[in-house]
Ligand binder design. Structure first.
Ligand code: KIV
Ligand code: NA
Length: 269
């Protein structure tokens, strides 16, 4: 069983890899490919649930998807993302929501969009045996406050992110996602922290990289400029779906090899 200790041990020696997944078959593909961690991200809101932000995603939705990902995974560390307003308000419900991902769904850790309000929670959860991945820089659950722009671009903002990074490490976070921040800031944070940094749109100097699976395999309509499309799954699905329709309409499918004739029914049916 993978542990956060394995992830920490890899930092600084080998690049750490993480992709999102939201269902068992996709998780199995990511796991078989040897990716270190699978994030059941609240990016599921945009990626698979049809919303235009992560805000509507519920604890039930993340829990259901986390269970599916866990069942499809053998080796990778599964991290469940805590959705908007499921933490940060009162500690009791945050602990219940986080605990549910491990206790009921089998996740190995949770990720929390971090801020001054999550330092204590990170410490509480870590002490209780719930490993916490912190997340700083662009935190999409704050879209109504900050939009979707790069963070940490001024000296003051960069200082604040560095300070919060240290506070979350001190509180017991086992790693830190840095989203959409300048590469030089991500590099400094990576140097100053002992725990691994996992970047997305944060340049090449973090200990690891994470992408949303839809962006990485080419499944969505849009992906951010800092992402890279490594495949054309959407093109392949379109091709397969069109081929199905055409072959049913032309009578080519189902063919004899897809059908069964029962001898006993010969002459009767
Ligand atoms: O929800 C998500 O997929 C994320 C990653 C982009 C880090 O938070
Ligand atoms: Na997220």
């Amino acid at each position: 069983m993978p542990t956060v200790r394995d992830i920490r041990a890899k930092a600084g020696k080998e690049p750490i890899t993480m992709l999102t997944a939201y269902d068992a078959p996709t998780a199995a593909i990511v796991d078989d490919a040897g990716v270190d961690m699978i994030l059941v991200g609240d990016s599921m809101g945009n990626a698979v649930l049809g919303y235009d932000s992560t805000l509507p995603v519920t604890v039930d939705e993340v829990a259901s998807r986390t269970g599916a990902v866990v069942r499809g995974t053998e080796d990778a560390l599964v991290v469940a993302d805590l959705p908007f307003l499921s933490f940060g308000y009162d500690e009791k419900s945050a602990v219940e929501n986080a605990g549910r991902m491990l206790k009921e769904e089998g996740a190995n850790a949770v990720k929390i969009e971090s801020g001054p309000h999550t330092v204590e929670l990170t410490e509480t959860l870590s002490n209780l045996g719930v490993p916490v991945m912190a997340h700083l820089g662009l935190t999409p659950q704050s879209v109504n406050q900050v939009g979707h722009v790069r963070q940490g671009t001024t000296r003051e903002d960069a200082d604040e992110i560095l300070t919060l990074a240290k506070e979350h490490e001190e509180a017991g976070a086992f790693s830190l996602v840095l989203e959409h921040v300048p590469a030089n800031l991500a590099e400094t944070i990576t140097t100053e922290l002992d725990i691994p940094t996992i970047g997305i749109g944060a340049g090449p100097h973090t200990d690891g990289q994470v992408l949303v699976i839809n962006d990485a395999v080419g499944l969505g309509d849009w992906s951010p400029p800092f992402s890279k499309q490594f495949g054309d799954v959407k093109g392949e699905m379109k091709r397969a779906v069109s081929a199905f329709r055409e072959e049913v309409e032309s009578g080519e499918f189902p063919a004899e090899e897809h059908s069964h004739v029962e001898d006993e029914l010969d002459g009767v049916y």
